[in-house]
Design a binder for this molecule. Structure first.
Ligand SMILES: Cc1cc2nc3c(=O)[nH]c(=O)nc-3n(C[C@H](O)[C@H](O)[C@H](O)COP(=O)(O)OP(=O)(O)OC[C@H]3O[C@@H](n4cnc5c(N)ncnc54)[C@H](O)[C@@H]3O)c2cc1C
Length: 427
């Protein structure tokens, strides 16, 4: 039987491992952290599993839904109501339906109408399945300016999307933003969530994989050994011991910068293509309290130091405590990353107290992800990591594989399954 190593125990790695096992391969999974799940892992609080970030999905996430249904996991479908919070005026504006857009007083009546028409065009694009391939070389700022106008861009899209991604619109790919807006606006207000959270799916995958195959946790893969352009083995550290194990195929699902530090013999052109991929770090927070701050599910912030909040229990009411997620993506030069958790906690508290008044926080946890998302800049289409690499037996799969789709759970499952299919074909 051919043996495969899967590096990374996030959703991509576990899906890939599970599908490979179904196809008759022997698989070892290597995960750096002490628990599986990667970006969708959870922590325990009073016998409840609470995700570090909420992880919801849409009805069109067919790869993810296929896997959830295969394990008969119950899905909660709920209504999401979104708002914009403006830090300058300390006001929230509901922004979910066409009527909300018409009442959105940050913009002039004519601009609201223009924005409404643009939203309607995106909804139509979702129905007709319009692709945005013609935008692959354009930046998001120039496209949004063309689709709406200068003031809508300056007063709405730029502050909103900069607050969300910490990257100027002119540096983001129009194709990616268009696809993302089409998906979010075209989907309507119904969002899905696995009852019990993503942890239920991760646990199912773990129990099936570990039945006859090995999962190494707290285990750092240091090197992928390559000889004559073919994979041979991986070197990994578990505890303090450096070990080595041979494999005929290796799937890396770790962020690209971590892959590059484990491989020293990629051909120069491939190395430079992969090195051009940047990542956005993320510093969020999970807040457990007893008080609602708003009646909305998600509030996107403008003119503020955070990207927004997801008042998760306004959407999913089955947790004992009220759960609020603060979200904030950074750019690579953001100094916030160097601040300690105590200062970040204090800053986030102040922002929320300023917006909603003082409230009692039972627990607040700062969540850091150094590689939260690849930056889908204007050059990303030329860089997208391929599943099959120039090194024989080395495959790449992850949220970075699927473009211009949003990097999400669905793309993780899709990439894991595609990699398994390709490996089965070649091995
Ligand atoms: C804040 C946030 C909120 C999100 N919300 C949503 C949402 O609501 N809906 C949605 O669909 N998607 C959401 N996503 C995206 C989703 O989390 C990801 O697309 C998905 O989890 C990616 O899975 P992955 O396995 O590709 O990557 P990861 O989860 O990053 O897995 C990679 C794994 O590799 C491990 N690893 C790294 N280096 C090594 C090494 N040297 N040796 C061994 N292991 C290593 C890491 O520890 C990690 O577990 C969100 C992401 C973030 C950051």
């Amino acid at each position: 039987m051919r043996n495969v190593a899967v590096i990374g125990g996030g959703l991509t790695g576990l899906t890939c491992a599970y599908r490979l096992i179904q196809k008759g391969f022997a698989v070892d999974v290597f995960e750096l952290q002490d628990a599986l799940g990667g970006l969708c892992r959870s922590f325990s609080f009073h016998n409840e599993k609470i995700p570090y970030s909420p992880h919801q999905f849409f009805r069109q996430d067919l790869y993810l839904l296929g896997l959830i249904n295969e394990f008969s996991l119950p899905i909660y479908w709920g209504t999401s109501v979104a708002a914009i919070y403006d830090g300058n005026t300390n006001r929230s504006f509901r922004l979910t339906s066409p009527t909300d857009i018409l009442n959105f007083s940050i913009l002039s009546p004519i601009d609201r109408l223009k924005l409404g028409l643009f939203a309607a065009r995106l909804r139509l694009a979702k129905i007709t399945g319009e692709k945005y391939n013609n935008l692959s070389r354009e930046n998001a700022a120039s496209w949004l300016r063309r689709e709406t106008n200068d003031t809508i861009c300056r007063n709405f899209f730029e502050p909103l999307l900069f607050n969300k991604f910490s990257i100027p619109l002119a540096h983001l790919s129009a194709e990616w933003i268009a696809t993302r807006l089409r998906e979010e606006l075209g989907t309507g207000r119904v969002w899905g969530y696995i009852d019990g959270g993503m942890q239920s799916l991760i646990d199912e995958l773990e129990s099936r994989i570990s039945l006859h195959n090995k999962i190494y946790t707290s285990c750092s893969v240091r090197k992928i050994q390559i000889e004559r352009r073919q994979v041979r083995a991986i070197e990994f550290v578990q505890g303090k011991k450096l070990e080595k194990k041979k494999y005929s195929a290796i799937v890396s699902t770790v962020p690209i910068p971590q892959l590059l530090s484990a491989v020293d013999s990629f051909p120069a052109d491939f190395q430079s293509r992969m090195s051009s991929i940047d990542y956005s770090p993320y510093i969020g927070a999970v807040i457990l309290c007893s008080q609602k701050l708003t009646k909305y599910h998600v509030s996107y912030y403008v003119n503020s130091d955070i990207g927004g909040i997801n008042e998760f229990t306004n959407f999913y009411r089955r947790h004992e405590k009220h759960i609020i997620y603060v979200f904030k993506y950074l750019n690579n030069s953001d100094r916030l990353w160097d601040k300690d958790d105590i200062s970040i906690e204090a800053a986030y508290r102040n922002t929320l107290f300023r917006a909603y008044g003082q409230f009692r926080i039972d627990r607040m946890l700062i969540v850091r992800e150094k590689y939260a998302s690849p930056v889908f800049g204007i050059n990303y289409p030329q860089a997208v990591p391929p599943i099959v690499t120039p090194i024989k037996g080395l495959y790449l799969a992850g949220m970075f594989s699927v473009y211009p789709k949003e990097r999400n759970l669905d793309s993780a499952v899709m990439a894991g399954e595609k990699a398994a299919e390709i490996i089965a074909k070649y091995n």
